[in-house]
Ligand binder design. Sequence first.
Ligand SMILES: [Zn+2]
Length: 74
Amino acid sequence: MNEIVLLNAYPFTCPACRHEQMARPSLFMQTGMMNSGAGSCLECGIFLHLEIAPGNDRMIAKDWDEYLVEVQDV
Ligand SMILES: [Zn+2]
């Protein structure tokens, strides 16, 4: 378990349309298994990968396809 203290929701900015919105932590985040979640932008509908930022006050959103490329490169 890591030491992330969960908030009810985190703000994040859509990388495609820059719309600021809120997301709830995923089940993975809540259990401490993985800092990883997914969701769709409310504004443009793009599918996003979400992770809690190091400062623990917001989430970092990435285009899901770009996230998959990064994971496969590791
Ligand atoms: Zn968007």
